[in-house]
Write a protein that binds this ligand. Sequence first.
Ligand code: C5P
Length: 231
Amino acid sequence: MKRSTNFWAVVPAAGVGERMNADRPKQYLDLAGKTVIEHTLSRLLQANVFSGVAVAISAEDPYWPELSFAQHELIITAPGGKERADSVLSALKAIRAKAKDDDWILVHDAARPCLTTEDIHLLIDTLVNDDVGGILALSSHDTLKSVQDQDILGTLDRRSVWRALTPQMFRYGLLKTALEGGAEGNPAVTDEASALELMGLKPKIVEGRPDNIKITRPEDLALARFFMEQQ
Ligand code: C5P
């Protein structure tokens, strides 16, 4: 039987972004005249591959209803959860009636506004026939140390260490099972791939672009603006 090639995007956007020290969650900060999340959603929609985009929003979020995207026909809003994994699971449940277990889900951070259509298609084209799925990732140019209490314990082999980016692409049924089986409320599960790894599966990495940064600290906004100008 032919497997589904339907795609959905899931955007966890219920975090507060404490490291930004801002007056509002980082996804609502201004970046070249639009909020960070508006850039992110525009880029996902521009790829023209998704049947819908499920966005997890905190119950106390006064900013989301003000955005035109809140009324967009392809956008479905879901309540955010305590940890990122809970928010992703909530978004998956919001599309339960429409998505099939075999459909592909691309989970992408609201705080990564520089994602390119090129990277979305690279991820999809590389993994569409894969049994497990995988993630965009970056190799490390720096020498990497394992550290405890500021003492270096050793040097990691940087060829075997990659930085996990998003989107992360898995089939609906497998991702939901992985998140429900121990990832829910588990702060160690900081991305979707780690939930699948806990099941003993081996997601693939696909080398992404270095400009797909996550807005985390105040200086990242200027960097994102620079990358957008270059793109
Ligand atoms: O805090 P961090 O940058 O790791 O968050 C990554 C993404 O997960 C952000 O888009 C954030 O809004 C989202 N998140 C969420 N629910 C949480 C925590 C984070 O949707 N409880």
